[in-house]
Design a protein around this ligand. Sequence first.
Ligand code: AFP
Length: 423
Amino acid sequence: MQVNFILVHKPWILCKPTTSLQKPLKSKPPPKYLRRCLPRVSYRMVTVQPTPNKIPVADYLQKSQETPTSLTRYLLEVARQNKDMGDMVGLINGIQFACKKIASLVGKAGVTDLMGLYQQGVFNVHGEEQKKLDVLSNEVLKNALKYSGKMAVIASEEEDVPIMIEESYTGNYVVVFDPLDGSSNLDAGLPTGTIFGVFQQQFSCLVHDYEESINSMELACLQNTLQPGRRLIAAGYCIYSSSTMLVLSLGNGLHCFTLDTEVGEFVLTRANIQIPQRGNIYSFNDSNFYQWDKGVQDYIERLRKGTNQSRSRYSARYVGSLVADVHRTILYGGIFGYPADKKNTCGKLRLVYECAPMAYLVEQAGGKATTGMENILDLTPKSIHERQPLILGSPEDVEEFLQVYGMSRVDRETMQVDNLSCL
Ligand code: AFP
């Protein structure tokens, strides 16, 4: 077991109003939880826990398909077989509760006035107008994680900066998440999803209260969220669609649990999911065709014409909701991509809470994920909202993409990439 020594001190941190969740200031300031405040922290000697062992529950999962296995029962089995994973089980329980709650909110959004914008003219950190359900889902997940008692730092698509958890609830895990991805599809009743990834914290932080300045050591504490995807110890997504499914990996393969609404439990419906070696579907936003660089255009043209390696013309499927497009790709095979284009020179998707967790899950199912240049899981994020191109799917399809894309390296390198716009 490794022991780190961290200087103890108590700086004061700047407390700024949030642009994402704050209501306009009238006479009194917004409540504490709505402020973009960075809490005062202190540092201490910490023991960095070893990465938990792989979980040998695959046999159990296969056998248990004969009788319904709830996610709760599965997690108990994980804890029974892995004494050091009790905390992880508590954390995933918090997430499954949040997914049920978000599923319920999404399901009745039309009849409870939860569709539409949170507040006209109020934009989040990405310059996008938030939906009511974006804001609500963020609160639901944040609270579920916070009160699981297992958290150190969380980072969300909907928050400007990572959030440290108050001392009384502090644990060892770092969770990055997108609470409701694809929310522009909500009002049309199309699938949306929650994406999450779990790391172990590298720097320990004790959080006391909300104070007034931030220094480099505190930033180091927040950098717990900037770990490469290779260090993920768990990830998953929840899809809100014709049914609600929680697709999860604790590093032991990919398993799908479907919400049985009659009993209110997630039940195992697919164990050890394996992505097909090759598919016949491509999932790219085709309207960007003329904005892509030549390597991507050449690849897509081969799929359309059937001049690719498998000599078969591919079908196009694109929901525009990452969870739905990745879920279909994992189950049916093929390739999903959001490459760089002339407008989005780093791609559109966020490395920390979209690309990396999805890449981890696809690899757990035997697939591959790349930027076109590097394996997604090898990238160390420079900022929490950094964007990267994402290509993932069946191993043979991704390999073929890399070959075709690699042939136009010169063209790709002449593309003007403004690295600052990635961050
Ligand atoms: P929204 O959350 O604004 O709906 O964005 C969804 C998303 O981040 C991701 O889920 C999709 O894969 C991608 O954007 C779709 O982007 P395009 O609309 O540019 O194709």
